[in-house]
Every structure is written in C-alpha cells, then in structure tokens.
Design a protein around this ligand. Structure first.
Ligand code: 9MG
Length: 361
C-alpha cells in the first residue's frame, strides 16, 4: 500500500519549560517534551516524489487533494501522547538493554553457565538503567544462520525465567517464531520483538494476538542471511513507512489493537549505508504511524562504514551519537548494548535540552 502524502516534523525543539499562553509554541511530538512548528510534506505519485517544507498552518489549511485526509490524520498522530508500554510511561527515551543468548556471547562454561551469565548480564544492564531487557537466542546479524526452534527455546527460556524472578525491568523476547513467543509469554515476557514484523512464521500473528502482549514490528528487507546483498528501494524513507503502516493494518485486522504496537525502521536490516543514514535523518516521520518508535543502531556496521571501526566493541561513541539522533527526534525506546554509557549521554542531553537538571529527578 503506497500513500500519496507523508508528513515529517522538522525543526524539532525542546518544549518550553513555562509556555507563554499567548505564544504559539508548536505541536508536541509524540508525547515527548519536544515541539515542532514546520513539517516536510512528501508527495508521491508512482515514481515521482516531491518534498517541500511548510508551516503547520499551511499543512492544515492547504488542499492536499487525495492526501488531505492522510495529512490531517498524520498531524493528529504526530502530536498525540503514546499509551504506556506494559506500564512504562513513554514520555522520555527509555533504554532497552540487549541480552544475546547466542553461542558467541555467554557459553564459555556450558549450558548452565550460559544461562547464569546471561541472567547476570541482564541484571547488570537493569542496574545501569535499562528499563527493558531484550532476550534473544537467534542472531539476526547479516549472514547469520537459522536456529531451530528447540535450540532457541533452550537458550532463551531459562534466561527469561531467571530474570523474571529477579528484576522488575520489562522483558522482551527477540524472536521470529510463534512457539518461542508462546513459551516466552508463559514464562513471563512482557513484550514481543519480531525483526520480521510477524511475517517470518505463518503462525506468529496468531501467537502474538493470543499473547495480548505489546509487539515491536521492525522493518527488514529480505532474510538476515542475505538481506544486505542487494537491497532495493524506490525511496527508502517512504518505503519503510509504507511497510510499517501495512504491518500495523495487518495486526489490527488480526485483532491486535494499535495501542499494543511499536514500530522500528530496522537500521542495518536490508539497508546499505546511504539507506541507513537517510532513515536516521528522517526518524521523526515514523511518528505519523501513531505508535511508539524503537531505534536500534548500537554497535552496528553503519558505524564502521562511517568511521572505520571494524571491532563492534569500539563502536560505543558512534552508538551514543545514533542514540542522541533518535532522542532528538522523539524516539521512545533505544535498543543498546552499552546501557551505562547511553544513560549518561541521554541524561546530559535531556537536562541540557530542557535547560534544567530537574527533568532528571
Ligand atoms: C534483534 N534486533 C537486532 N537489531 C534490532 C533492531 O534494530 N531493532 C529491533 N527491534 N530488534 C533488533
């Protein structure tokens, strides 16, 4: 499904602490303490795309032809606050800490040690400030091999159970498989994170709907094994938008309310460097989908491509820069490996943007 019009907030600025009633201070951005007064309008007709920046007044008053209804709906979606996510208010960027339970992560001393080390790692991330822990047993790195369902369950279930008993942090399970979704939900997971947006496993939509849990729908082009070989887009920013909108509508048709959905443009998933940076620059566009947004750029290859950092462990500064780019565009959930560093960076950004350290208390 392709739209004819798309709205992207530009010129985003921190909400004034003490707004003067007489001064128009723009529209709030997706429940964050941010405002915008102008939007970029992209109009698309087949392969022709034009973009221009207009004031909010123009966006409301002009006749956008067959895009008029979408434009009005987008403005409302862009500014509405988001519902809580499993009890967590999304009025500021929240940190999701990554707990990969894959053989190259925690398996030095056998299966029991693997789970215990992953649990200890998750607890450490929670202590450092992660409000969500994302537990994954199948690597989705480019070129990664498929993991059978029994092996994935063996890896993630003990970790979910162990963390559930020991922390109040929300637990999400990073999986594309219906059976893992069902068993993880029964073990106490709070959120489903599917990098295939419920398209990989034909039973995943049903499992997700039955679980009643919030679901992260991520954009990817192709399968992890081959996705970065030759990704093709007409316009990556708009194509990702259309895909995510289509997945939201598919979820709603399956009985999953929009209030349970989170979207994610899928940095690094079937995207070359020029695609990734185009999406990063236009993140605020995806708020028009009317649901919270997640950004995952931590330690990813794009940082190496930009800054020549072959070892992922050396990509922390680039990861922090990406997190701040997301926060400044109102992203509500930032998925990271380096929780303490991200928390420090976000705290400095939040206090400095607000002009008051009181926002941190
Ligand atoms: C599992 N996984 C790896 N990268 C990811 C990203 O960018 N977003 C989400 N939702 N999951 C991811």
């Amino acid at each position: 499904m392709q739209r004819s019009i798309y709205l992207r907030p530009v010129g985003i600025f921190p909400a004034p602490a003490d707004p003067d009633e007489a001064t128009f201070a723009g529209l709030p951005l997706a429940g964050q303490p941010l405002r915008f007064t102008t939007v970029e309008i992209a109009e698309r007709g087949g392969s022709r795309i034009s973009r221009r920046i207009v004031t909010l007044g123009d966006a409301v008053e002009r006749d956008w032809g067959r895009g008029t209804i979408d434009a009005a709906r987008d403005l409302e979606a862009l500014s509405a606050p988001r519902p809580r996510l499993a009890g967590l208010a999304l009025d500021r960027p929240r940190i999701m800490g990554i707990v990969n339970v894959t053989p190259d992560s925690f398996s030095d001393g056998g299966q029991h040690d693997e789970a215990q080390n992953a649990i200890a790692h998750g607890l450490r991330l929670a202590e450092e400030g992660a409000e969500i822990l994302d537990i994954g047993g199948e690597s989705t790195r480019p070129g990664a091999d498929y993991v059978p369902v029994e092996e994935e369950l063996r890896r993630v279930l003990p970790v979910i159970e162990g963390l559930r008993a020991r922390t109040d942090a929300l637990i999400s399970v990073d999986t594309r498989k219906a059976e893992v979704m069902r068993r993880a939900a029964a073990a106490g997971a709070d959120i489903l994170n599917d990098v295939s947006a419920l398209t990989h496993d034909p039973d995943a939509m049903t499992a997700a709907a039955e679980s009643g849990l919030p679901i992260i729908l991520m954009h990817a082009q192709g399968d992890p094994r081959t996705m970065n070989d030759n990704p093709q887009y007409s316009d990556v920013v708009l194509d990702v938008f259309d895909y995510l909108e289509g997945r939201i509508l598919a979820c709603e048709a399956a009985g999953i309310p929009r209030a349970k959905l989170i979207t994610d443009p899928g940095i690094g998933f079937g995207k070359h460097l020029h695609h990734n940076v185009a999406v990063m620059a236009a993140l605020s566009q995806y708020h028009a989908l009317g649901v919270p947004m997640l950004l995952g750029a931590s330690r990813k290859k794009l940082i190496d491509h930009i800054s020549d950092v072959p070892n992922p462990r050396d990509r922390v500064p680039g990861s922090l820069a990406a997190a701040l780019v997301g926060a400044a565009q109102g992203v509500q959930i930032i998925r990271v490996h380096d929780v303490a560093a991200t928390r420090q960076a976000l705290n400095v950004w939040r206090a400095s943007a607000a002009g008051s350290e009181k926002v941190l208390s």
